[in-house]
Ligand binder design. Structure first.
Ligand code: ADP
Ligand code: MG
Ligand code: MG
Length: 883
């Protein structure tokens, strides 16, 4: 087997496509060599050796050492030196390199091959003693730390001691003799710590370093990182051994890192830093302040140190030539590492550069416009979830932050406003044109109006799927939940945190992207939806098959959804409308009514309000499809809970508090999620469904006649388990349609369909499709009922499940494709078998999750529906799924 691949001198045995075998670093070093770029020669020991190593009790294949010898000799020929030669030694670096760049792996060892003899040869060859001894002491420190496990601090203490005794302050003040003395000290330290001397034999040094790289594949840091990023342990790492070039050979030498485009803005400019007379990681180590690469950047930063462009014009020109070439070759922004040795530029690494969402967008669009990639490819270059960062105001990165507390980043974006402690106050303040942050211990459905009125929501209790978090995400409002160090005192109208007391009216800022709660108003940046964003979205729309709709019920949500490009409403939850303003009074009257007559009287009051809602929605959506779900939650949710509230509500209704209490007790359920809700309400109280159907149809006629654009409502019956249930409710809806058509003299076009959110409904989908004209997969409930996990109670144990790898992800965030997904596929197939053209969509939280959207594409759904702020994410994810 070939275990070793050489590179250097304009050619290589490997190339970029061999990433799995050579690791990312090795494959790209080979590619750069093939491109004729100045890469110090070297060789890569393959990832297969790593696999062999662990399969064979940490030993190497028999023929490895001969192949390494041969490769070393090859590198020696290219450099004119010999590894271990006392007079003309080849020095190398030993670098790890997995397929995916992976922190946690062994740090690089530089200057390997130095010992008490070769250091003298290096001094002679370079004509610089200080440089040689500085390199040697660096080598001893790195090697001891990384390979021999003798901590850095030993050497740092010795260095500090020495400087103090000699009255020196900076490392640069140390002369050759000083470093030479310290090398002696360092060797004593190693011998004392290990009980044996620092290895002088270069071969021993090399195999020690190779073993350390392979060994680091299984260290705790690496294992943890692989766990977090789902990288299989079987991949293994490669080892790169490469001839040294020296950035620490005086003022004409340097080391640096650069991006071919600005990684935070995406601007096309060489962006990076370098340090003169330095080696390896000195740039990122932060010991000295690095210098700018371009003159432009130096002027912008106001630095008084010369740029690379000024200080080393020739090496700079070469870097510019190479960066341009690499970008064209890889057709993506690159992250480069380089070293200049006595004025000559050497390339040490290239890889795709990490970038912010904003930069990713700009780079993808620019590369397509420059003709380097196709539009389709540009669409695949942006992570859909990352768009979230762009759709909300964000805190200016330059602004000062006074952090009061940190909670969970429950809903992205940032907002500032005066503190209010109740939803009514929030609404009142909003009417008076004030901006507020609603601060609650937790929120409930009664807070919807306050959440709407507020700029952002802060809770001290509750997780990422708490009511506040889910609703805020749906509304696209920033939310920090579970900020447990904050104490709220509703009675006093204060909150206390970190030794401070804030009152209602004081200003707070919340950052829903990081979970921070900040004192005062902080400067924000507004989202930018035109320019590159609009361009990339239009390209995405050009390639996707599935439609994207929004879950929306308020005019504001509907408008937001349209702004973000929604092609209809996939879920209008009518219960949200029932909490607004005076309606809750009529809803409660209906619930308290003794008989059908009483209920109908209360419903008659609701009808005009509900009709007005739909008129507004249909008008905003201008002929786009709107799916309206009939009342779904248990009635209990509409009743007051505390004695105080009960007394107040009873007085308002002219009913007795006892009666109200008794009715609330009657409606109490042990498991409301599986209780009296969904179409069960319409079965028991058909008049509710009838009122809703009438409101929908009358609104449809009104808007159709008013705008001339036909409105085709889709009425959706929730929580169906049998066809008979659907038939009962559908019968009432059809009758109402006929009645409204007769009354108004206008024909009506509409569809009746159902949510598939119970396993039984999925199984019986074939039969249900005989009545249902469309299915919408309600994957929140379908997940709860399939897994038997209550969404509201999952917080206490789900973490352990994902942590232990029992579940790959939170099934309420990313669809459980194997279980719930199986039911979705099966229902889709059975539904289509009965009714060929049946429309299929999804309206759970999963409709905005890229991985779940990919699944929806494969299951052949017609559309996904998600909260308005996730619409762009869904558009992009649907496009990527189609490619
Ligand atoms: P990482 O993966 O942590 O970036 P690298 O293996 O890329 O580690 O090494 C870090 C730095 O060490 C490089 O950026 C370069 O500055 C320096 N380095 C590595 N190999 C050599 C070499 N052969 N000659 C000079 N410098 C080197
Ligand atoms: Mg590197
Ligand atoms: Mg449901």
């Amino acid at each position: 087997t070939k275990w070793v691949y050489t590179f250097g001198d304009g050619k290589a045995e490997g190339e970029a496509g061999m990433r799995n075998l050579l690791g990312g670093k090795g494959a790209n070093l080979a590619e750069m060599s093939n491109l004729g770029l100045p890469v110090p020669p070297g060789f890569t020991i393959t990832t297969e050796v790593c696999t062999y190593f662990y399969d064979h009790g940490r030993s190497y294949p028999d023929d490895l050492s001969a192949q390494v010898e041969a490769a070393l000799a090859h590198v020696g020929r290219l450099t004119g030196r010999t590894f271990g030669d006392p007079a003309n030694p080849l020095l190398v670096s030993v670098r790890s390199g997995a397929r995916a760049s992976m922190p946690g792996m062994m740090d690089t060892v530089l200057n390997l091959g130095l010992n008490d003899t070769t250091v003298e040869a290096l001094a002679t060859a370079a004509g610089d003693e200080r440089f040689a001894w500085d390199s040697y002491r660096r080598f001893i420190t790195m090697y001891s730390n990384v390979v021999l496990d003798v901590g850095h601090h030993h050497f740092e203490e010795a260095l500090e001691d020495y400087k103090e005794r000699k009255g020196l302050h900076l490392d640069t003040e140390l002369k050759a003799a000083d470093w030479k003395h310290l090398v002696g000290r360092y060797k004593e330290i190693v011998e004392k710590e290990l009980g044996r001397p620092f290895p002088q034999d270069p071969k021993e040094q090399l195999w020690g370093a190779i073993g350390a790289v392979f060994g680091s594949w299984m260290n705790n840091r690496a294992i943890k990182y692989r766990e977090l990023h789902a990288i299989p342990a079987s991949w293994g790492t490669a080892v790169n051994v490469q001839a040294m070039v020296f950035g620490n050979m005086g003022e004409t030498s340097a080391t640096g890192v650069a991006f071919t485009r600005n990684p935070s803005t995406g601007e096309k400019e060489l962006y990076g830093e370098f340090l003169i007379n330095a080696q390896g990681e000195d740039v990122v180590a932060g010991i000295r302040t690095p210098q700018d690469i371009t003159e432009r950047a130096r002027k912008a930063s106001g630095s008084d140190k010369p740029s690379m462009e000024k200080a080393m014009p020739e090496a700079y020109a070469e870097l510019v030539r190479i960066y341009d070439l690499l970008e064209r070759h890889y057709r993506d922004m690159q992250d480069l590492e380089f070293t200049v040795e006595k004025g000559k530029l050497w390339m040490l690494q290239t890889r795709g550069g990490k970038r912010t969402a904003r930069a990713a967008l700009k780079i993808a669009v620019d590369l397509a416009n420059e003709g380097l990639i196709s539009k389709e490819e540009a669409v695949t270059r942006v992570e859909p979830a990352a768009l979230d960062q762009l759709l909300h105001p964000t805190i200016d990165p330059k602004a000062e932050r006074k952090v009061l507390a940190v909670g969970l980043p429950a809903s992205p974006g940032a907002a500032s406003g005066e503190i209010v402690f109740s939803s009514d106050e929030a609404e009142e303040a909003r009417k008076n044109g004030r901006k507020v942050i609603l601060v609650r211990v937790e929120t409930s459905p009664e807070d919807i109006h306050g959440m709407h009125a507020a700029e952002g929501i802060l809770t001290t209790r509750g997780g990422m799927t708490s009511h506040a978090a889910v609703v805020a995400r749906g509304m696209g409002k920033p939310c920090v939940s579970g900020a447990g160090t904050i104490r709220v005192d509703y009675a006093a109208g204060t909150l206390s945190v970190a030794g401070q007391v804030l009152r209602a009216g004081d200003v707070l800022t919340i950052d829903g992207t990081t979970g921070q709660v900040l004192l005062g108003r902080v400067k924000m940046l507004e989202p930018e939806l035109s320019g590159e964003f609009a361009t990339l979205m239009s390209w995405a729309d050009g390639v996707r098959r599935m439609k994207v709709r929004a879950n929306a019920e308020t005019p504001l949500d509907a408008r937001t959804a349209r702004t973000f490009g929604a092609e209809g409403i996939g879920l209008c939850r009518t219960e949200h409308m029932f909490f607004e303003g005076d309606r809750i009074v009529a809803v409660r009257e209906m619930i308290l009514a003794d008989d059908e007559k009483g209920r109908r009287a209360a419903l008659a009051k609701l009808l005009p309000m509900q009709r007005k809602d739909f008129v507004e929605l249909f008008t905003i959506m201008r002929g786009l499809p709107v799916t309206i779900r009939l009342l779904d939650p248990p009635l209990h949710e509409f009743l007051p809970h505390t004695d105080e509230e009960i007394a107040e509500v009873a007085a308002g209704l002219g009913a007795s508090a006892e009666k109200l209490k008794a009715r609330a007790a009657e409606l109490h359920e042990f498991n409301p999620m599986l209780g009296f809700r969904g179409c069960r309400l319409a079965i028991a109280y058909p008049e509710i469904a009838e009122m809703q159907a009438r409101a929908i149809f009358e609104a449809a006629v009104e808007v159709t006649n008013g705008t001339g654009e036909a409105v085709r409502p889709e009425i959706m019956v929730p929580l169906v388990m049998t066809r008979a249930e659907l038939d009962q409710v559908k019968g009432r809806i059809d009758a109402m349609a006929a009645a409204v058509a007769t009354e108004t003299g206008s024909p009506l076009a509409y569809q009746v369909g159902t949510m598939i959110e119970l396993p039984r409904a999925a199984l019986r989908a074939g039969e249900i499709a005989e009545s249902a004209e469309f299915f919408s997969f309600g994957t929140n409930d379908l997940t709860q009922t399939t897994l038997g996990i209550s969404r509201d109670d999952a917080g206490s144990f789900l973490g352990a499940y994902t942590g232990k790898g029992i579940l790959p992800a939170d099934p309420f965030v990313t669809l459980d494709q194997e279980g719930v997904g199986e039911l979705v596929k099966l229902a889709a197939e059975r539904g289509k078998a009965t009714r060929a053209g049946i429309k299929l969509g999804i309206c759970g939280e999963h409709g905005g999750d890229p991985a779940s959207i990919r699944f929806c594409e494969s299951a052949g759904l017609d559309y996904v529906s998600c909260s308005p702020y996730r619409v762009p994410i869904a558009r992009l994810a649907a496009a990527q799924a189609a490619l």
